[in-house]
Design a protein around this ligand. Structure first.
Ligand code: 6U4
Ligand code: NA
Ligand code: NA
Length: 158
């Protein structure tokens, strides 16, 4: 795997709800997703997670309140790229979600998630996240709609 790119993905939680954003442009356009993006060379992973959440939803979190719950790796058939996605969750945050250039945020009940308009892998690993588990998921895609194979392994700690 020659090209590894590091990304963040943040989920804000209330009792029975999770904040998702409808991506208006770029990678994952027209899908509901968590908030995140590329880690820049001058910042830590957690700093990138806080920054992307703020840029995309206007919500603020303290770095120390972000819990690293998962590590996702995406590879693609015929493409020498590995997307290394660090997933964080927290129920401690400030603000009211507002629409930004990139995302339209919305609270969803965890029993009514829009899986048909999300990345296909989300339906496979969201149950682990919603049960409070920590896990490593690896997904091999052909194009952006077909998962050729995957593994999900629960972890004691991240
Ligand atoms: P720019 O170039 O600034 O628009 P940036 O915001 O840095 O991009 P972006 O939005 O392309 O990065 O990052 C992709 C986001 O999508 C990251 O939060 C990771 C997330 N993501 C990518 N593949 C995913 C997948 N298969 N399932 C999923 N989230 C995924 O749930
Ligand atoms: Na982004
Ligand atoms: Na970005």
């Amino acid at each position: 795997m020659s090209l590894t790119k590091l990304f963040t993905l943040v989920f804000l939680r209330k009792e029975d709800e999770i904040l998702l954003g409808f991506k208006k442009r770029g990678f994952g356009m027209n899908k509901w997703n968590g908030f995140g993006g590329k880690v820049e060379p001058n910042e830590t992973i957690v700093e990138a997670a806080v920054r992307e959440l703020s840029e995309e939803s206007t919500m603020s979190v303290k770095p120390s309140d972000l819990i690293n719950i998962a590590h996702l790796e995406f590879t693609f058939h015929d493409e020498p790229v590995l997307m290394d996605v660090r997933v964080f969750a927290t129920n401690t945050f400030e603000g009211t979600p507002k629409e930004t250039e990139e995302m339209t945020p919305k609270w969803f009940n965890i029993k009514e998630l829009p899986f048909s308009n999300m990345w296909p892998d989300d339906e496979l690993w969201f149950p682990y996240m919603l049960e409070g588990k920590k896990f490593v998921g690896k997904f091999h895609y052909k194009g952006f709609d077909t998962i050729l194979h995957h593994t999900i392994e629960e972890q004691e700690s991240m």
